[in-house]
Design a protein around this ligand. Structure first.
Ligand SMILES: O=P(O)(O)OC[C@H]1O[C@](O)(CO)[C@@H](O)[C@@H]1O
Length: 389
């Protein structure tokens, strides 16, 4: 089992409480996702049977070993085998669900002649529909207006575009009717500290989250930082395989850059050449699809983050992995729970799960008075920019 000895203590979140948000993800969101994936492709009988079996296992069954998967063996699958999905850490069981879903649809087939679905992204139809949608078109047409703004306003708009782009997460929207909720509030805003780190920096590591309407503004922010001399180089971490519905893979980066070039924007052309000359470098580390907190990251990934002037982690899941998926008192200092991280680190996240750290006592009191203990944590209507320099 991974070593988490250095991480401060707070209860690890599981899905065992039927009234809790994590329970609803396993009991409602995962079955809904299986239905959507099943309906999105003309899968064959073997895949339908595998999806039926996954549905039963995920809701009524127990964790099963993943034969021959050395990564998942290292990540604890044999230790958890035989326990229900609801009693193991929520972070772990949610990741395990995506690993099992991909296996069920044949994504990992190992013999090419009998594995026609190998490499097919079961979430691709949803990702493509998002990029083709009216909101994505409007965002492209807003780029001309953006270019007319003073530079400081441009960079703030781009940072906020990248931050709130995180709300465009397809997994989250499976359970939400009003994904474009109008209420939007920053519960912590360390953007001044972030701009200090991003001024005259050598290397920015950006750990991406979702494809489509989140990745496009992420890339626009990187383009701005490169073009205006804030940074010399960006290393963009994406997932090695489809994950958490809309998480970005290399194919999604290609689609996002093409989306910008096809629209005839300079941003697209600049991003394309920055990838060609190495100023934007892609990574797809296996640990990016791991079920563990970053405190347990392997040495090569640690060295990569240590070499950066600043690492920016996008999204809710990366936040859970950064601070540990635990029921922290909300005023626990962000700097304490990220002290282990090798180098300056920032989180850009809309709140979509129970975990929260780094709130000012008055902010917590106001949120609880207005919405109780839980709602504001998962509704996607609040966001944060937190930095540990
Ligand atoms: O795409 P994001 O911002 O990482 O959000 C993913 C989040 O969605 C959920 O799967 C459900 O909201 C969370 O458990 C998870 O942290």
């Amino acid at each position: 089992m991974p070593d988490t000895a250095d991480v401060p203590e707070a209860p690890v979140i599981t899905s065992s409480d039927p009234e809790s948000f994590p329970h609803s993800v396993l009991a409602e969101r995962h079955p809904a996702l299986i239905r959507r994936v099943r309906d999105a492709f003309p899968y064959g009988p073997a895949q339908h049977r595998a999806l039926d079996a996954l549905l039963k296992s995920a809701t009524e069954g127990v964790i099963e070993a993943l034969d021959g998967d050395a990564w998942w063996e290292a990540w604890g699958v044999d230790e958890y085998a035989g326990r229900t999905w609801f009693e193991v850490p929520f972070l772990w069981s949610e990741s395990y669900f995506y690993r099992r879903l991909l296996h069920a649809v044949g994504h990992f087939g190992s013999r090419p002649w009998s594995a026609p679905w190998q490499g097919v992204d079961p979430f691709r139809p949803f990702k493509l529909a998002e990029l083709a949608g009216p909101e994505a078109r409007e965002e492209i047409s807003a780029l001309d207006r953006l270019a007319a703004l003073p530079l400081e306003e441009q960079r703030t708009a781009l940072l906020h575009g990248s931050l709130w782009g995180n709300r465009a997460d397809l997994g989250f929207r499976i359970q939400k009717d009003d994904d474009e909720a109008s209420a939007a509030e920053l519960v912590a805003d360390d953007s001044d500290a972030l701009w200090q780190l991003l001024t005259g920096a050598g290397t920015l590591v950006l750990v991406a989250d979702n494809a489509g309407r989140e990745l496009v503004p992420d890339l626009l922010l990187v383009d701005h930082l490169l073009s205006h001399g804030h940074i010399e180089r960006a290393v963009l971490h994406v997932k090695p395989y489809p994950y958490y519905v809309s998480d970005a893979t290399t194919a999604d980066v290609v689609d996002a850059v093409r989306h910008l070039t096809d629209a005839g924007t300079d941003h697209g052309r600049r991003l394309w050449s920055a990838m060609a000359d190495g100023r934007i470098d892609l990574r797809a580390h296996p640990f990016s699809c791991g079920p563990l907190p970053y405190a347990d990251m392997p040495d090569d990934l640690r060295a990569e983050f240590a070499a950066a002037d600043v690492t920016v982690l996008k999204g809710d899941l990366n936040y859970r992995r950064l601070v540990g998926d635990r029921m922290w008192p909300p005023t626990t200092p962000f700097a304490d729970v990220t002290a282990y991280f090798p180098g300056p680190v920032a989180a850009l996240r809309t709140l979509k799960s129970d975990v929260i750290t780094g709130l000012a006592p008055e902010t917590e009191a106001r949120l609880v008075a207005a919405e109780g203990q839980w709602r504001w944590r998962t509704s996607g209507t609040h966001a944060l920019i937190q930095v540990r320099s």
